[in-house]
Design a protein around this ligand. Structure first.
Ligand code: FA5
Length: 340
């Protein structure tokens, strides 16, 4: 057991050590190094003072304190040599207050955006349910975004989708009017042009709407379109698919509701809402592909039937991550985003 005497001497030693190390770490030139050496290791230096006083201690204490003081002396001499070598090698700049020998600050590790995480989870489930993932253009023709989906220019349903039109370039009159797609549904038409039933695809992508934003509406949104066409596909298949999807993404405790809706390209039309903070939040529109769309693609609508759906990924992310204002997702505030 160390005596009081000896623990006092050890405390002194510790104080000398921390002072010495701190002042050495800010010595930035040869003169500062030399004055440090005089102050600490010189004839009347702080450590030398302690070494001298060891003789006055009891024999036992002398051993303990003496050993520690000698080890410290070696350590400080080494630290001094190291510091001098670093200075000589130009590894320490003389920018006041900057110690380039300090360890670096840790990098902040990036993470996936919550909407990207949601998109990945959604596609994983849909792939397990048998849908192949394909993509389509964000800049779309009026014809595919509207007309061929049974929404002609004078149709009141066009008001459902306020549109960003692509301006015609000066001196060049576009043969066909282009726009930023307002939904992923044009891919129903494009896919049917080049593929025969059986069809089972999921089409993720960004959509744009020229509309005022609020807690559940953004002007840019991500959707996933579903299209399944085959002989004998029924509304029961749509219902089963949507319920299984909802169960897998939200868990079986979350309440969902399928209700009537209207879209010109389906008959009948439905929408799915999820209970979030006591209110119904609409997450997707869906329905049975309109027979005219199937016949326009060259198939007999008596033989082939199908369903389609368009899911809003931000709307799905809201209950998943407990976000009650959709606008938070795209404000690029790291304090918000780094929570997920
Ligand atoms: C459509 O876009 C249809 N194309 C969906 C569809 C596909 C119906 C296939 C039938 C068959 P709607 O405009 O309701 O429908 O949008 C679909 C989903 O996208 C909505 O349920 C919602 O989840 C999301 N959504 C729509 N508008 C916005 C918006 N401004 N901001 C965020 N999410 C939106």
């Amino acid at each position: 057991m160390p005596t009081n005497h000896d623990s006092l001497a050890l405390d002194n030693l510790a104080a000398v050590e921390s002072d010495a190390r701190r002042s050495l770490s800010v010595a930035e030139d040869e003169a500062a190094l030399e004055s440090w050496r005089t102050d600490v290791l010189g004839r009347s230096g702080t450590l030398t003072g302690i070494l001298r006083s060891i003789g006055a201690l009891d024999a036992d204490d002398r051993k303990i304190v003496g050993r520690r003081a000698n080890v410290l002396k070696n350590e400080l001499e080494e630290a001094f040599d190291e510091r001098r070598a670093l200075l000589a090698a130009g590894k320490i700049t003389d920018i006041a207050g900057v110690d380039v020998t300090l360890p670096g600050r840790p990098h902040r590790i990036g993470r996936l955006h919550p909407v990207t995480q949601t998109m990945r989870a959604v596609l994983e489930i849909l792939q397990r349910l048998g849908f192949a993932v394909i993509e389509g253009p964000e800049v779309e023709l009026d014809e595919y975004n509207f007309d061929r989906l049974r929404i002609p220019a004078d149709h009141p349903a066009r008001d459902m989708w306020d549109t960003f039109w692509i301006a015609e370039q000066e001196g060049r009159i576009a043969a066909r009017q282009t726009l930023l797609r307002t939904h992923t549904s044009p891919m129903q038409i494009r896919y049917l042009e080049g593929h025969e039933p059986p069809i089972r695809v999921a089409v993720p992508g960004r959509c744009y709407r020229y509309e005022a934003t609020d807690a559940t509406h953004e002007w840019m949104l991500q959707q996933v379109e579903l299209l399944a066409i085959d002989e004998g596909v029924s509304l029961a298949d749509l219902k089963g698919t949507l319920h299984e999807f909802a169960r897998q993404i939200f868990g079986s405790d979350t309440e969902v509701m399928l209700r009537n809706s209207y879209f010109p390209f389906v008959e009948p039309g439905v929408e799915l809402a999820v209970k979030f903070r006591g209110q119904w939040l609409e997450i997707l529109g869906a329905g049975m592909v309109h027979p005219e769309i199937i016949s326009a693609a060259g198939y007999d609508p008596e033989k082939y039937t199908g369903f389609a759906a368009g899911m809003g990924i931000e709307r799905i992310a809201m209950p998943l991550y407990g976000v009650d204002d959709i606008r938070n997702f795209y404000q690029n505030d790291l304090r918000f985003l780094s929570q997920f």
